[in-house]
Design a protein around this ligand. Structure first.
Ligand SMILES: [Zn+2]
Length: 131
């Protein structure tokens, strides 16, 4: 028997390129903004439709079940539109923060908000501790 079989492993470098949360955010935010705008437009059209239907129905909400449904739908659409508008405002704030170079930093402590958090919520302006 000659020698031990000690096979030296291949000199492979296992250095994983750690990217320090490079904010590819502007693209994400732009896409999000476009999507939200589209949703808002669709909702606006929906509200107009429902309002028109309500006017065309020529009935009072009190007694006609359909009138109540229309009122309900209108309320739903209005709530959705309000949410979309609020999100749009958040996105605009986030974009302003990108322009100012403060995006991805907590507005309270200045620490990094965290890539995972930004991925889940691209408009986050605070770290998880100050959320
Ligand atoms: Zn913070």
């Amino acid at each position: 028997m000659t020698g031990a079989q000690d096979a030296p492993g291949p000199a492979g470098a296992g250095a994983a390129g750690v990217d320090p949360a490079a904010p590819a955010a502007p693209a994400v935010l732009a896409a999000l903004r476009a999507e939200t705008l589209r949703r808002l437009t669709a909702l606006g059209a929906g509200v107009a439709d429902v309002v028109e239907a309500a006017q065309g129905a020529n009935t009072d909400d009190e007694h006609d079940p359909e009138g109540a449904t229309i009122a309900f739908e209108r309320e739903q659409l209005r709530a959705l539109a309000a949410r979309a508008r609020a999100q749009l405002a958040e996105i605009d704030v986030a974009l302003a923060r990108v322009a100012a170079g403060t995006y991805g930093r907590c507005e309270v402590c200045g620490e990094a908000v965290g890539a995972g958090r930004l991925e889940a919520r691209p408009t986050a302006s605070r770290c998880i501790r100050h959320a």
